[in-house]
Design a protein around this ligand. Sequence first.
Ligand code: ADP
Ligand code: MG
Ligand code: ZN
Length: 609
Amino acid sequence: MDKFSVLEQVFGYRDFRPGQEQLIDGVLAGRDVFGVMPTGGGKSMCYQIPAMLLPGITLVVSPLISLMRDQVMALKAAGVPAAYINSTLNTAQMRLVYRNLLAGMYKIVYVAPERLDYPGFGGVAEKLNISFLAVDEAHCISQWGQDFRPSYLRIVNFVESLPRRPVVGAFTATATRQVREDIERILKLREPVTALTGFDRPNLYFDVLKPELKDQTLSRLLSERRGKTGIIYCSTRKKVETVCENLLAQGYAATRYHAGLDEQERSANQEDFQFDRKTIMVATNAFGMGIDKSNVSFVIHYNMPKSMEAYYQEAGRAGRDGAEADCILLYSAGDVNTARFLINNSSDNEELDEKQQEQVRQQDLKRLEAMVGYCKTNTCLRGYILEYFGQKHPEICGNCGNCKGEYEEVDITREAQIILSCTKRIHQKLGYWVGINLLGNVLRGSKNKQVKELGLEDISTYGLLKDRTRSDIHAMAEHLEAEGYLQSELEHQTLQLTPAAGNVLYQDERVVMKREVQAEKPVPAAHSMTPAAADLFDVLKARRFEIARDAGMPAYMVFSNATLSEMAMQKPRTMTDFKRISGVGTLKSAWYGETFLACIREYLDEHPE
Ligand code: ADP
Ligand code: MG
Ligand code: ZN
């Protein structure tokens, strides 16, 4: 066996992705390696393939239990002898794994970082022939990263405690220089073969929407994507609850995930999503590090995350199978306040002293600023992302909201002056700032009780925007906030003027708002097929669902959507043709080939062209 035959026979792929070959060759030649590749770039293959080719076993250090379970399940589904060791195993299971391990029955074993410290594990490890130690999600070693895990710091002690130092590999999607340096230094990598591949994910479509009513927009986005699988990220647990309830009420197969749920419900919900019993996952950022579900076809952010790193990692969970997928962020100015609030009130990391804490906070605020910049930019969104990660890029990508959308510019200077002046007058009259609802009522000349009782009918801007809708006024106020003329105060939900408002009020500074004319929607993968192929695709999906259900594993582990759609388009009639489909390996063709071929033949008989 060589790396190509493993790639083809075990995983069913024909070509390596950027960086993979270089890293695999490095490991096979006995060199340390360092892979920095985007989420979905195919890092796992860089340790799984060497694991199959090296003598002895490969240990993979991985931070999340669900991720281990998943990868091991997928490996077993492809016929690779694999196991994991973590706290979810009971004593009997643990004993069995250790016994098999010592008997040399596994090629690849996943362990949680804490496990390396256990004397029991160390004792077993000494007796093993460990050829390769792969550290996945290696950024967890850095205090500058988002997911610092102190137990990662001790990996190197484990390596040094072994009778023979194995090849060490580190893998991460975090590309900032500081984190990269930390990884190399703390893990003591020895002149590693390094692959830093491009961060572009061409199959992802990016868009930022600024809806007046997020729930309405979300409903529209979802109705355009019925039957597809997706994740909706919200910034708070409460929001997760309300959004999920709304979707259930609308008849969507939605489920939820956040740190406030007990462990049992969390894993049940995650599994429902994993197994396609529920197609929509509504979650906080607590969900995902361990997810490598490959058929996620959209990731919608109901709220803006705290950083570009977080955004790209979360959005990057879409389209890992290489099929077209959408990453849509629903921005509102309020999100900035929430994010700032979360940063300022995040619990302290006990391992840092006060000065370091403050440094981290400042850095978080800088990251937030860049994130807001993404939401506001009129230039190519993909370009903005790549720029942030320090990668060159063309000016226009042609596959993001800003490259595709058609906008018209509307001059709202007059309206802006009215809104700002009204804000100011109300403050003068009442002695305090008020929220957008009352402000809108005054501008629209409402006769409601509150307006009357506060005597706001008398102020000069009362009713000056009575020809505008409520949502129109809200949108303009949000725009003024986004542009820095208004500022909202989190605690009382009030809007106040900033010094910059003076430029509009007294110096005629122009205010221009972009309005989407009619954005062209991206063509999703399933729709770029001919209607007949799309039809067959559905038939194949149904078949896949049955197989997965009977085998008790997630559907995408049978075949990914990308593989099924290629099947639907190529319509293979023989096993030889079937094996040519990307994602069909030797084992899988043996296990599932006949049944899918039968499906295709039957379909073609019933639908002669
Ligand atoms: P990450 O870099 O985020 O860890 P994964 O290793 O989970 O990415 O891989 C993401 C997806 O890409 C998986 O579904 C995997 O099967 C697929 N993949 C990896 N390498 C290749 C390849 N050479 N050709 C086609 N698909 C690949
Ligand atoms: Mg990974
Ligand atoms: Zn673009």
